[in-house]
Each structure stands twice: as structure tokens, then as C-alpha cells.
Ligand binder design. Sequence first.
Ligand code: ZN
Length: 296
Amino acid sequence: MPVENHPLLPCRICKTPAPWVGVKRGQWRSQDYQLYRCPHCHFSFVGNPSTDYEQIYTLEYYKGQGADPLTNYLDELEHPQQTIRQYEWQGITSIVSHLQTLKPTTQWLDFGCGNGGLVAWVKAHHGCEIVGFEEGAIAEIARDQGLPILTAEALAAQTNRYDVITAIEVLEHVDDPMGVLKQILGLLKEGGVFFYTTGNATRYRDRLSEWGYVVPEIHISFYEPLTLEYALSNVGFKVKSVGYVKGFTDIIRFKILKNLGLKHVSLWEKLLPWFIISPLVDRVFGVSSFPIGRKG
Ligand SMILES: [Zn+2]
């Protein structure tokens, strides 16, 4: 269908009327998803997202047989010492400790914590007061493992509570990014820091439908660093660029190994010079290019 047959949709970040830029077929649902891109803040989004979340985020999805076949959350929980996910956990905690001194009294919320793997890791390695927030089937699994996972109701009752909030590969799933960022700002203490990761759409801005990250059943919001600079400062964050700090080497290592289909750490990958590989990959994909948010 040509572009003129698609009405403009208001950008979910800045409200500017955004034109249709293409279509992407669902990865496991035979359905077309319409893609839009805002000319002002460069936010791209699925205009007709699936909102039957309980049907999408099933236990099968988290077992790795649904929308994201590369994830296997249950395996990560059961084998934390073997999973490549530990590189991501290591990288995140390294970057966060660069931004905020981590102490046993540090209050940390992992927003959209999935199976709670990061929660368990931070607790074990840094002793912070960390809790997770998650919904649905996976939250129950995390609770069964004894992890402190808040419900949406419990979270809604909190304000000015956390020194650190992380949202790792969460923002691409949300259909109301400004609402989520506002909530996160409200949950932070003065001086608290917000660190997140999400795919960088810059490289694919003119060919969004070709980007493998656009799995439209689950990934519906796509950002460039500029988009999040605009969004974060607009809800009241102080925005700061941290650049390529050391922890990104491990985060990118995890992403590369995951995309290669590896689940467990192994000798061959340990022998690779990640301190050279990860910065080179970062130059192409801009993993470290997003600004972080601070309150006050
Ligand atoms: Zn916009």
C-alpha cells in the first residue's frame, strides 16, 4: 500500500504527526505490522501493535520457543555460572558502579527484570538492596526462585525510593515510552541514576523493516540516541553521555555471542580479544551511544 493510504499517526514521544515508512510481517503471527517514523525526534514505532500481552508473553516465549528464540530464561536461572548472560550482568554492574557508588544500602530497581537474573547477580556480587519489577508468567518463576519481584500495584505505591534503576532491553517493548520514563523518574531518589539498553535505530532509520531487531509482535518502539535525549529531558531527567566505558565490552560480548546462538560460556570465546572486538562492533551499532538519565 502506498504511503498516502496511511494516515499520519502522532509520535508517541513528541506528538509530531509521523508518516508511515513501511510494513513488517510478524515473525510468528501471520499479520502485517505498520511502521511509522517521527521526523522530529526520530522515534520509530509499530502503529498497530498486538496488545494481547498474555498471549504473547507466555511461558513458551520465556522458554525460548516464542517470539525470541535466542532467549532461554529458565536455563539462565538454573545455570548462572554457565550462561553467557553473566557477561551482560557483569557489564551492567560495571557501568552502574561507574555512575553511582554501590553499597549494601544502595536501593536498586531492575525495571522489567524478566527472570530476575540481574537481581540475583547484583545481590550475590554487590550485596545491594535490589528488587525487580516484572509481570506475567516469568515473574512467578522468579518469585518461585525466592527473588523479590514487585507487582505493578506495589510499584505504583512507591516514589523517591531508588538510587539506581535499570531497564535492560525493556524500552523497545513498551507502547507508552513517556509514561514509563515518567514513572521511572518518580521512583528515583534525588541524585539517582537511570541506566538502560535498547537497540539503536540510527543505522536502520531509512530501512527499518530490514532491521532484525524489529520483531513486531514484541519490539514496537525504536529509538536513536537523539530520541532518548529528547524523551528523558522532556520528562525531567538530567541527561548525560557516558560514552564507551569498560562495561560495554561485556555487554556487547554477550550480544554477539547471543546472536551467534551460543548459550553457555566456552573456551573458544574466552580466548577472543573482546577488548578489541566489542569497541569495533560498538562503532557500527552504537550500543554505548545512548545518554543516561539522572534525577536532580
Ligand atoms: Zn517524535
